[in-house]
Ligand binder design. Sequence first.
Ligand code: FAD
Length: 362
Amino acid sequence: MPNIVVLGAGVSGLTTAYLLSKDPANKITVLAKHMPGDYDIEYASPWAGANYMPVGKQGTDHERWERETWPYLKEITEKYPEAGIHFLGTLIYNRKKDQESDTGKWFAELTQPDPWYKDVVPDFKPIPNEKLAPGVDNAQEFTSVCINTAVYLPWLVGQCVRSGAVVKRAVIKHIADAANEHHTGQKADLIVNCTGLSAKTLGGVMDSKMHPARGQIVVVRNDPGPMASVSGTDDGETECLYIMTRAAGGGTILGGSYQKHNWDPLPDPNLANRIMKRAIALDPSLVKPGQGIEGLDIIRHGVGLRPLREGGTRIEKDEVNGVKVVHNYGHGGFGYQASFGCSVEAVALVKEALQSGPRAKL
Ligand code: FAD
């Protein structure tokens, strides 16, 4: 009966705990500073849209994680409406002039006309050239999902708790200290590190490759229907444009920005204005005919920091001060759409690590 501590209750920690908790042999404690229900700049997961817009380059681990995640999201959407995910049509627009911008590079795989994901998502089809708006070089549509993170994260907590996991608040200074926080009072056999951007400052990890990609959003009550994303904007290389309506009354997310190395937790009112104007220009059905941004019914402005990692997500075995660790962090802007692929891999490493004895001393 291994004692496992999952450190972090964002989508990465909760998905890993959810999969681990399916094996009744695992005794799991989920430990975190922030929990579903909290809104904090150190906690990325509540700020996400979130939808499934694959961005992993073909042939990479990232592609595999996103490819493997779709069937799980599809199954949850179909079987568990209470999880707060719904299917939604989406439109993707590509402008070649965005190719060299940060947002254009981020969306390069998503926007290319013949992407690997065309056989993964349902109803993929290109939009004929004669239907493209001026300035758009190619476009496609498919059926994706939109996750109401305010419903989905608590649903994941519920699944874990129902399977016997114990969820606790704690702030950990050093990764090895998490081993002393297992709910049984015994020392944990293994820690899964799902601390997102905080892996940069967590003792025993201190990953200098971590940095934020700041995302500013406006959440509104208006409901335009399908989702839409564009490769870039004319308002600056770090600003982007996407619209998605969350399931189960979650409102519509208007985005956004992709500002690397920017830690500012406060919404910038000028950027908020540009986000709202761009959204209405892209989809005038957001407001009544003739209306501008005054036609938007704002629920809240928000800022989240995407936990980006130079060189890619870290899913790897480690040992810190004699404590076994499996890392699963650094999911940038794709933590939901790669959540199951990444967590399945982390769970496999947990099994491997628990089967191997302590590392021999040299
Ligand atoms: P987090 O959610 O940040 O969770 C980290 C957890 O670790 C928290 O519980 C925290 O309290 C805990 N923790 C950290 N340090 C400590 C410590 N020392 N002691 C105790 N606990 C600690 N992804 C998509 O797939 N689709 C989208 O549409 C999408 N849209 C996005 C839009 C925006 C505006 C933003 C900001 C992100 C978006 N993302 C999207 C990305 C996604 O939100 C992230 O990749 C994901 O939330 C990262 O989750 P995480 O669990 O790794 O980290």
